[in-house]
Design a protein around this ligand. Structure first.
Ligand SMILES: C[S@@+](CC[C@H](N)C(=O)[O-])C[C@H]1O[C@@H](n2cnc3c(N)ncnc32)[C@H](O)[C@@H]1O
Length: 346
């Protein structure tokens, strides 16, 4: 936070899929048995917590807590979240973090600790910052972020979606065939939130993260989640929800009235996200929001873009921009919605 009480809720989001060219052909089960019940073979979860802590020092954030199931380790961070599965790494950080400083060390760490020497796919994305001048050097504009990633990858592809002079969204990916298992990601990035809802996410109004999660409805967004959440002092809230088969939801709330921001992200496989998005926006009541949806060819959500293209309105919100991109294996839609101002009483 800076001296004027401004906090940049907008996150930097990195997702990387790894594999090994050194595969020995053994099944996961055989390796597990040979290693006496420990995770063995190419698997990101072999990396020690202390090594993740060292990596996160480069980003300027730290681990607050961690919960796991058999498919994923989910970390709540001082600035957002990190999810580690067998071959997928997700790091989402807000504020003035320097996420891109961790990319090259991450590739080295994964190679040395897990024998995973291939990047099958990579996505780095973020919305335009509210105060870019407060960011560390490489993050102050997308061109410097892109140049940094171009110095690490020779097949990078960079895009800007939405209005360049308003709330646009940037993506850097690599031009690969990529992930061949079903995969999808939905993000709802909300601004200008309802002050009464934001009040719930402060220690003045809620005694604990449990209370904030329950009162707001965040803890009930999906059934049967393993929930890990944290209520910051004096305000702010972060939540990870673990679902079966490497699925997650993650919610982060910056309630400061002059810069309120909430993000919702999930990779839960659904044919249509209309109901889920409706639940999220009814819960937080933003003044405006951006939606991004990635779905690959094997995803249940691969045709959701068609439904989205017909949604000129979402509840009381009017659509401002709508863009569709087709990559080798993924389609991506970017859509922005705005709640029209209430008419003055006559
Ligand atoms: C919970 S984090 C989540 C940020 C997230 N990216 C979002 O979507 O808003 C940020 C919120 O927590 C507050 N906060 C309080 N203490 C904090 C700390 N030590 N580190 C980061 N945020 C803190 C910030 O002022 C802000 O309101």
């Amino acid at each position: 936070m800076n001296e004027e009480g401004f906090f940049e809720g907008t996150e930097k989001l990195l997702e990387v899929w790894f594999s090994s060219s050194l595969s020995d052909g053994k099944s996961d089960e055989a390796r597990y048995t040979e290693a006496g019940g420990r995770i063995a073979g190419p698997d990101l979860r072999r990396i020690d917590r202390s090594l993740w802590e060292d990596l996160l020092k480069l980003v300027h954030c730290e681990i607050i807590s961690m919960k796991s199931d058999k498919d994923m380790d989910a970390y709540v961070l001082s600035e957002s979240s990190m999810f580690v599965s067998k071959n997928r790494f997700i790091l989402k950080t807000c504020g003035r973090t320097s996420l891109l400083h961790a990319v090259e060390p991450l590739l080295s760490l994964v190679q040395s600790e897990c024998d995973m020497d291939r990047v099958d796919d990579l996505f780095y994305s973020r919305k335009k910052y509210t105060r870019p001048e407060l960011q560390p050097a490489v993050h102050q504009n997308f061109n410097t972020e892109m140049n940094h990633l171009d110095s690490l990858f020779d097949n990078g592809a960079a895009y800007a979606l939405g209005r360049m002079n308003a709330d646009c969204w940037y993506l850097y990916t690599i031009d690969n065939i990529g992930v061949l298992q079903p995969d999808q990601t939905l993000e709802v990035l909300m601004q200008d939130l309802d002050p009464d809802v934001m009040d719930i996410f402060s220690v003045e109004h809620s005694h604990s993260a449990d209370e904030a999660g329950r009162t707001s409805g965040v803890s009930q967004l999906m059934p049967d989640m393993i929930i890990d959440h944290f209520l910051f002092e004096p305000h702010g809230y972060s939540m990870n929800g673990i679902l079966p088969n490497g699925q997650y939801i993650t919610v982060h709330v910056t309630p400061e009235p002059h810069c309120s921001y909430v993000s919702f992200e999930t990779n839960v496989a659904e044919e249509s996200y209309r109901e889920l998005i409706t639940k999220v926006i009814k819960l937080f009541k933003p003044g405006k929001f951006l939606l991004t949806v990635f779905a690959n060819k094997d995803s249940l959500a691969k045709n959701f873009y068609k439904e989205l293209s017909r949604l000129n309105c979402f509840e009381a919100y009017h659509r401002c921009d709508h863009e569709y991109c087709q990559f080798k294996n993924y389609n991506l839609t970017f859509t922005s919605y705005l709640r029209p101002p209430a008419l003055p009483p006559r």
